[in-house]
Write a protein that binds this ligand. Sequence first.
Ligand SMILES: *[C@@H]1O[C@H](CO)[C@@H](O)[C@H](O)[C@H]1NC(C)=O
Ligand SMILES: *[C@@H]1O[C@H](CO)[C@@H](O)[C@H](O)[C@H]1NC(C)=O
Ligand SMILES: *[C@@H]1O[C@H](CO)[C@@H](O)[C@H](O)[C@H]1NC(C)=O
Ligand SMILES: *[C@@H]1O[C@H](CO)[C@@H](O)[C@H](O)[C@H]1NC(C)=O
Ligand SMILES: *[C@@H]1O[C@H](CO)[C@@H](O)[C@H](O)[C@H]1NC(C)=O
Ligand SMILES: *[C@@H]1O[C@H](CO)[C@@H](O)[C@H](O)[C@H]1NC(C)=O
Ligand SMILES: *[C@@H]1O[C@H](CO)[C@@H](O)[C@H](O)[C@H]1NC(C)=O
Ligand SMILES: *[C@@H]1O[C@H](CO)[C@@H](O)[C@H](O)[C@H]1NC(C)=O
Length: 296
Amino acid sequence: MTPISLFALAAAVASTVTASSNCTRDFLAKAAEQYVQAQTAGSPVLLSQILSPHAAYKENDMPLDVTKGVLSQAIKIDRTHRYYDTAQCGGLVELIAASPNATASGTPYLIHTRFLYGNGTADNITLIESVVTKPGDWAFNATGYLHYDGIESWPAIPVDQRDTRSVIQAAGDAYFDRFDNVSVVIPMASACARLEGGSYTARGNFSANTCDGYPSTILVTDRRYIVDEVYGVVDIFEGFPGLDRSVPKVAVPDSHLFRVENGKIRYIHTVSHCINYNCGLNSTTFGRRAFKSVGV
Ligand SMILES: *[C@@H]1O[C@H](CO)[C@@H](O)[C@H](O)[C@H]1NC(C)=O
Ligand SMILES: *[C@@H]1O[C@H](CO)[C@@H](O)[C@H](O)[C@H]1NC(C)=O
Ligand SMILES: *[C@@H]1O[C@H](CO)[C@@H](O)[C@H](O)[C@H]1NC(C)=O
Ligand SMILES: *[C@@H]1O[C@H](CO)[C@@H](O)[C@H](O)[C@H]1NC(C)=O
Ligand SMILES: *[C@@H]1O[C@H](CO)[C@@H](O)[C@H](O)[C@H]1NC(C)=O
Ligand SMILES: *[C@@H]1O[C@H](CO)[C@@H](O)[C@H](O)[C@H]1NC(C)=O
Ligand SMILES: *[C@@H]1O[C@H](CO)[C@@H](O)[C@H](O)[C@H]1NC(C)=O
Ligand SMILES: *[C@@H]1O[C@H](CO)[C@@H](O)[C@H](O)[C@H]1NC(C)=O
């Protein structure tokens, strides 16, 4: 793993989230806020005080020096979703940056980032990993993502209606298990919408389940979870073979953020990194249900 080499730069950073073995939501929220501020400023140094000196940092499954990645560029962020997993001591941040001047280069971004303190025992973050997407990634349209996300509602779930951690995670797992086993029944709400990089399944009917239509021979590997019972959320980072048609055997870096209500999937947000531009699809073959149309 590439060691993070920003400690030499850390001298001037103001006091920040401090070490604690109390992994509360508040504690994780401060870490998430610090991450968002670092990305907004394009200053990975702002993370130095909450990262373990030996922390792993990855973008799209590649180990990277945190000072050399997307965090070193300022991004004007339009909206975030933030979820906290107190059992694992970690969190998930979804960043939506859609404006024409989102970055100095004009590139918009959609990013899912998970961070872990290390089973609630470490004083500092031991892992930050992101699926970083931009034009050329799966169905990328940050304007669309911002728009459709904005018409959804993901409020905290009333205490007496919350699902257990295992029920929430099982819903997300069933979804991916179905990709290589047609016998798996996904607990799907009567209304379900999936937002994939900016294309939206529910454009025709917001009260229907428009999430159906799955592959049956795709083994989704290397699943990594963040679960937040308060919001009924499980995010799964995984490898998704077949998505990039130009390299179908490669399990591409992917994150699916599931909103689960009463044990059933209500919303899904996905960001998927393409190895090659548009995952090998062109304007003719690229549709919102592309994997159905090419028959996987
Ligand atoms: C846990 O939090 C409580 C209240 O903030 C504090 O008094 C205590 O010292 C903390 N324990 C550790 C091990 O950080
Ligand atoms: C946490 O990070 C700070 C800042 O780099 C460092 O001084 C401290 O030793 C780290 N603590 C642990 C337990 O890694
Ligand atoms: C981006 O553009 C908006 C509207 O055009 C403007 O209000 C804002 O100041 C610009 N932000 C930056 C960082 O240039
Ligand atoms: C957390 O604990 C599990 C099981 O003991 C271990 O496999 C994993 O590496 C640990 N994760 C971290 C970040 O320390
Ligand atoms: C992106 O989404 C916006 C909002 O839904 C839509 O107006 C626009 O046509 C989309 N762009 C592309 C290239 O599909
Ligand atoms: C496929 O899913 C069904 C229903 O959950 C399960 O009984 C069966 O064992 C699964 N098959 C495989 C090969 O995992
Ligand atoms: C939308 O979906 C709901 C639930 O399936 C169905 O009852 C309704 O007729 C649909 N409306 C339209 C306009 O298709
Ligand atoms: C798009 O890709 C398909 C399948 O590879 C190919 O048949 C078609 O000619 C391509 N169209 C364009 C406009 O490149």
